[in-house]
Structures are given as structure tokens and as C-alpha cells.
Design a protein around this ligand. Structure first.
Ligand SMILES: *Cc1c(COP(=O)(O)O)cnc(C)c1O
Length: 492
């Protein structure tokens, strides 16, 4: 046996290789309130429920009490006094359950229904469609505003449509969809409308400037998801899915007595489950309350305003669409005298100490393109580093002037050309086994057996993003899955 001290020392060494989760240096994935007490309170709350099994709130009454409070807190935040819902492990689970609820509520057999979503909706809905046998219609958004187009969505709805989705706001550009118009459409067509507020719902609910209506108050909205592990500042593992209709909520439950064991009643996807995330979220919502959230969100809003001004002041870059909330995205300004590539800019900003998130260009179903961009998630802690960050954004732009897009590794460019010319068919490539797929990756200089501690240095992310844009989407998906599977497994 190893000593507990040695084991923890080893874990600390591993953690030291991670991107910094605190301090505002990473502008995606992590949501830092900047308040040490929030983190220590969450850790203590998680530890207190560590041995509890969230599977059975009748045996562990604390689970029911925590969930009641979280649902009560969130339905008030989102404008309903009587919505019902479930606490889930995260946004993906909330979105999958929203689709499951719609499928079951409408008694639609797997393989027949469809959901109609803006092309900017989160990929979690594709995952839901794949798992649940529901087809997903991604409808182009206006490439300039990046806002969902309710008329285009209406055109995609048919008798098999079980659910519409709007984002509040969306992940790729931070834009708020026209929920009122979508609600109107949902009522006219007699289908459900899910508002995906996973990302920023818990920020928009306290946003200091007026926003168009977007929450449970909007007629036609049937469900809403929001992640406590984003702008609820909780550790990962806590989200909520609210329904305006009790029967829609119940529709997603799995319950059976048709086996010899205990009666199984699951509101969510897991069986035995941790309560750590929910207990942490519960503690944080009780600590911050309305006043705490108001203050943190006001801080975020001020930071967003400042940073948007910084980007507006850079010739060569533009803010994409019309972000409303804590997230915005930056792309090349084609009208500028010297356009700046947003991924080169992200690389240069990264060299100055701040990690931004590159997003590939995306060709919508109608052929229009959402430009390649760089995403920034602003959290309360960002204000603590705002001067340094503003300087890094400006200096990064100066350094990126005139730099061309990164090129994909040669092997991947050859592969893209082979698909273009028809020398390789997509079906043949998808039939490649894991070992051959890995060989292609290694040939392209993307080695999944890199030591995780060195990965950030040895992988050229911008070049990988360029490759993603040039290859057929099913192929990149297959290669990325192969990469991550090999990366997270022991080397052969
Ligand atoms: C993060 C996110 C999700 C998925 O949530 P996870 O917690 O990562 O599973 C869904 N929708 C939006 C808009 C998100 O930002």
C-alpha cells in the first residue's frame, strides 16, 4: 500500500499540469466566482454527502430536501412559481431528458419523431437524438446576427416534430434566441419548446440591463435547463431541468417493478448517483441568494462591456452577432484594412497568459457559413485580471496582424484532398478500424500517446481546428473519438 500523503502528493503533481481552474486565465470550461468561500463551502457540502446514494431520496431524505430547494430556487429565478423538475448531473443530461420527455409525452415511437433546433443549439441535442432515436433538424441561423430564425424553424416543423429548442444564450456566439417568437410558433403548432439556458441562464436571470423575455414566463415554453456547474459556480455535476407541465416532467421517469430486485424509479439517466454536485450547488445558492447572484452578475456584465469595447477597438476583429449575457465570440472583420485570423489571435493571447477557445467555421444546411471564431466565457473573477487581459487581447492582435490561418498537418491536407477528389469515400474511411485510424492520426503528427502533462505544448490546436474544417464532419468525429480513446487509455 502507498501512504495517503504520497498518493495525494502525486495527485497534486498531476493537478499542477492542468490548465489553471482559478484566477481567470482560462476563458472556457471553468466558472470562477472569484470568492474563495464559495469553493470551500462547496467542498464541505460535497464531503458531507459523499457517502449518500442519490438513487433513493426516501432512504436518504437529505436528497429530497436538497432537490426541493434547488427546484424552488431555480423556478423562482426563471419566472415560475409552480414549475416542476429534476436535478441532473449536467447540461447534457438535462437536454437528453428534455428530448426524452417530449418523445414519451407525445407517445412517439423511437425512429419516427424529430426535433427542430437552430444550428447554434448545443451538440447535446444531437447526442439526445442519437440515443433516443429522434432525428435532429438543425435550421440555419442568420449568419450575421446568429439568432434563430423563427420563420425558418416554422418551415422545418412537420407532423412528426415533437420539440423545438431555443438557446438562452447559445454556446457558439452567446446570442439569445427569440424565445417569444419560438413560443408563439410552438403554441400554433402544438409542440413543446425547450429553452436551453444551460450555459447562461443563471447569469441572464440577474442581468442588469433589460433583455427580451426568454424564460418560463414566455407562453409556449414547456421546459428549461440551467447548469449550476456553470454560472451557479458549483463544481461539475449539477444542473436542473424544469417543466411547466407536471405530465411532461413525469413522462421522462423510468420506473419498473418488473424484476426481482428493489423497485426502480429514476427521474434521470443514472441509477446510483452522487449527490456531491447537487449539495454543493444547494450550499452555494443558499450562501449567495438573490443578492449574491445580483452582485456577481453585475460584475460580469461590466467586464463584458469593457472587453467588447476592447475588441471593437481592434481593427481586424469583430464581435460575432449580438451577444446578450456573459459569453461572446470574436471573428475576423473582413472590412478591416488588415483582417486578423481569430485562431492566430487566440494563440498570441495564449502566449500572453490567457487561454481562449477556438471554434471552427461551420457550414449551415443552406450553405451559409458561421465564421471561424474564438470564444470567451466571462466570469466574476475576470474583473480581477481585466487590465492584463485587455492588454493581452490588444497585444495579441498586434502580433497576429498579417498572419495567415494555421495550416493543417500535411497528412490531413492530403486526406482532405483525397475526399474531395473522390479517391477515398467517406464510407470507406468510416469503416477503418481503430488501429488504422490511430495510424492516420500519428501520421499527421497528432500522437494520442503523448504524456498528458505535455499535451498542451505538443498539440497545435489551431492546426487541428483547420483540419477539422477541411475534412468531412463524420471523419473528424471518428478521428477525434479515436484520439481521445487512445489518449485516456494506457499505451499498448
Ligand atoms: C454546456 C452546455 C450544455 C451541455 O452541458 P454539460 O454540462 O457540458 O453537459 C448544453 N447547452 C449549452 C448551451 C451549454 O453551454
Amino acid at each position: 500500500m502507498n501512504s495517503p500523503d504520497d498518493i495525494l502528493a502525486e495527485l497534486r503533481r498531476l493537478r499542477a499540469t492542468d490548465a489553471p481552474t482559478h484566477g481567470g486565465r482560462v476563458l472556457s470550461y471553468v466558472y470562477d466566482s472569484g470568492l474563495a468561500i464559495v469553493d470551500s463551502l462547496a467542498a464541505d457540502a460535497s464531503a458531507l454527502v459523499q457517502p449518500v446514494n442519490g438513487l433513493d431520496p426516501t432512504t436518504f431524505g437529505s436528497v429530497a430536501a436538497i432537490e426541493r430547494d434547488l427546484i424552488s430556487f431555480s423556478r423562482t429565478a426563471f419566472g415560475s412559481s409552480d414549475a416542476v423538475g429534476s436535478v441532473t448531473s449536467g447540461g447534457t443530461e438535462s437536454c437528453i431528458l428534455a428530448v426524452l420527455s417530449a418523445r414519451e409525452f407525445t407517445r412517439t415511437p423511437a425512429g419516427t419523431g424529430n426535433i427542430v433546433i437552430p444550428s447554434t443549439a448545443h451538440a447535446a441535442f444531437d447526442k439526445a437524438g442519437k440515443l433516443l432515436g429522434v432525428s435532429v433538424r438543425r435550421v440555419p441561423v442568420d449568419p450575421t446576427t446568429t439568432r434563430a430564425d423563427a420563420d425558418a424553424i416554422a418551415d422545418a416543423v412537420d407532423d412528426d416534430t415533437i420539440l423545438l429548442v431555443g438557446s438562452a444564450p447559445n454556446y457558439p456566439t452567446g446570442t439569445l434566441d427569440p424565445i417569444v417568437e419560438l413560443g408563439d410558433l410552438a403554441l400554433r403548432r402544438g409542440v413543446g419548446l425547450h429553452v436551453d439556458a444551460c450555459l447562461g441562464g443563471l447569469a441572464l436571470a440577474w442581468w442588469p440591463t433589460p433583455l427580451p423575455d426568454w424564460d418560463l414566463r414566455v407562453p409556449g415554453v414547456t421546459s428549461l435547463s440551467a447548469d449550476f456547474h456553470k454560472y451557479g459556480y458549483a463544481p461539475k455535476g449539477a444542473s436542473v431541468l424544469l417543466h411547466t407541465d407536471r405530465d411532461r416532467h413525469r413522462a421522462a421517469y423510468f420506473a419498473t417493478t418488473d424484476w426481482p430486485g428493489y423497485p426502480v424509479v429514476n427521474p434521470t439517466l443514472l441509477g446510483s448517483k452522487s449527490v456531491a454536485g447537487a449539495a454543493a450547488a444547494w450550499a452555494i445558492t443558499r450562501y449567495l441568494g438573490d443578492t449574491g447572484f445580483t452582485g456577481l452578475v453585475a460584475d460580469i456584465a461590466g467586464t463584458v462591456e469593457t472587453l467588447v469595447d476592447v475588441v471593437d477597438g481592434i481593427d481586424g476583429l469583430r464581435i460575432v452577432g449580438d451577444p446578450a449575457g456573459p459569453v461572446f465570440t470574436v471573428a475576423t472583420d473582413p472590412a478591416a484594412t488588415t483582417p486578423i485570423d481569430p485562431h492566430r489571435w487566440a494563440d498570441e493571447v495564449s502566449a500572453r497568459g490567457f487561454t481562449l477557445q477556438p471554434q471552427p467555421a461551420y457550414v449551415q444546411a443552406d450553405g451559409s457559413t458561421l465564421a471561424a471564431s474564438t470564444h470567451l466565457t466571462i466570469t466574476p473573477v475576470t474583473s480581477a485580471v481585466i487590465d492584463e487581459l485587455s492588454q493581452a487581447l490588444r497585444e495579441g492582435a498586434d502580433a497576429a496582424y498579417g498572419l495567415e490561418r494555421s495550416v493543417a498537418p500535411a497528412a490531413l491536407r492530403e486526406l482532405a484532398a483525397a475526399f474531395d477528389s473522390g479517391a477515398i469515400s467517406i464510407d470507406d474511411a468510416l469503416a477503418l478500424d481503430s488501429a488504422s485510424t490511430e495510424a492516420v492520426l500519428i501520421g499527421a503528427g497528432i500522437d494520442p500517446h503523448t504524456d498528458p502533462a505535455d499535451a498542451a505544448d505538443s498539440l497545435d490546436l489551431s492546426a487541428v481546428i483547420t483540419a477539422i474544417e477541411s475534412l468531412p464532419t463524420p471523419i473528424t468525429a471518428k478521428m477525434l473519438a479515436e484520439f481521445l480513446a487512445a489518449y485516456s487509455n494506457p499505451s499498448p
